[in-house]
Structure formats: structure tokens, C-alpha cells
Design a protein around this ligand. Structure first.
Ligand code: FMN
Length: 164
């Protein structure tokens, strides 16, 4: 099973989860960079309002071709209760996502609110077959059992749909 994990991470938590899952299941990692290059304060003053408005960032890579993969994983930090502008743009930048089994996750300080529902809807609009959704807190990111549960869901997702 060829898996790619597409993620955005400004402060390292989502990256840490993506890297641990990749190590467990042997996936390729695609880090999406927000070209805004936020400072710590800028993330809150500029990034959070943009996330709340559902904006799309300028990102690198500009095109994310997943046609060679069996399963796609997308991970985002929660910003103001939403996916980040970088991940909004990444969904737009996907090529070959139609019909692909897809698993989503987010990392957050507290409640993820509507983040995973929004991410799922955006991916479904692009034709992805979203089969699992996992909210993780920053604390979960340091727990092997939480990361293993996400990795297991990715392994199972090729065969079955775990969320409706
Ligand atoms: C600009 C900004 C907005 C955030 N908004 C929320 C939020 O609405 N709810 C929440 O639970 N955590 C929020 N957080 C915390 C992040 O979701 C959490 O620290 C996440 O794991 C960061 O991921 P990263 O380290 O991969 O960038 C916010 C963090 C930042 C920087």
C-alpha cells in the first residue's frame, strides 16, 4: 500500500504526528509550506483570521500530485476552529485525488470544533473518498497509542470506510 501524508505545521506538532505515522506505515511525507512565513505573533494576528475566513494561502509545493498513491492522509493544525489557509490551498492543489481513500487528522490545543468536518467537505468536493477522521490534541501527539491508532486507521482505510 503506497501512502502519502500531506500536512502543514507551523510549530511542529502536526509534523511530529505525520512523521511518526510515516515511520509506522512506511508513507511518503509531503510538507506544505505557507509562503506567508508567519512570525509567532503573525500566526495569531494574520493567520487565525485568514483561517476563520476559509482563505487559501500561497503554498509550496504549488501542485500536489497523488495519482501514484493508494491512500492519502491529510493533516492540519486547528486555527481559530478551522483548517489552516495552507491546508485549504493544499486541497485545491491536489491532482489525482478523485476516488482515493483518504484519512484526515488535525492537531489542536483544545476542541477541534468544525475543522475535520470542513476538511472532509473540501476533500469530498475534490472527489476524495474520505474514510476516516481523527482529532488529536497536542498532548496526544506525544502518546504512542494515539499515533498508533491513527496509523491503524490508515492501514484499515484501504479496505473499509470508517466514517460516514
Ligand atoms: C494561530 C493559531 C490559532 C489556533 N487556534 C486554535 C483553536 O481555535 N483551537 C484549538 O484548540 N487550538 C488552536 N491553536 C493551537 C494549535 O491548533 C495546536 O497547537 C496545533 O497542534 C499546532 O500545530 P502545529 O504545531 O503543527 O503548527 C491555535 C494555534 C495557532 C498558532
Amino acid at each position: 500500500m503506497l501512502v502519502c501524508i500531506i500536512y502543514h505545521s507551523e510549530t511542529g506538532t502536526t509534523r511530529a504526528v505525520a512523521e511518526q505515522v510515516a515511520a509506522l506505515i512506511g508513507a511518503d511525507l509531503i510538507e506544505v509550506k505557507d509562503l506567508a512565513g508567519y512570525s509567532k505573533v503573525g500566526m495569531y494576528l494574520k493567520g487565525a483570521p485568514r483561517a476563520a475566513q476559509g482563505k487559501k494561502a500561497d503554498i509550496e509545493p504549488a501542485v500536489i500530485d497523488v495519482s501514484g498513491y493508494d491512500t492519502v492522509v491529510v493533516g492540519t493544525p486547528v486555527w481559530a476552529g478551522n483548517p489552516t489557509p495552507a491546508i485549504n490551498a493544499a486541497i485545491n492543489a491536489l491532482a489525482g485525488i478523485e476516488g482515493k481513500p483518504t484519512v484526515i487528522f488535525c492537531t489542536s490545543g483544545g476542541a477541534p470544533r468544525k475543522t475535520l468536518d470542513l476538511l472532509k467537505a473540501m476533500l469530498a468536493d475534490r472527489g476524495a473518498d474520505v474514510r476516516g477522521a481523527v482529532p488529536l490534541t497536542a498532548r496526544d501527539a506525544g502518546k504512542p497509542e494515539a499515533v498508533e491508532a491513527l496509523a491503524d486507521l490508515v492501514r484499515r482505510s484501504e479496505k473499509e470506510k470508517i466514517v460516514q
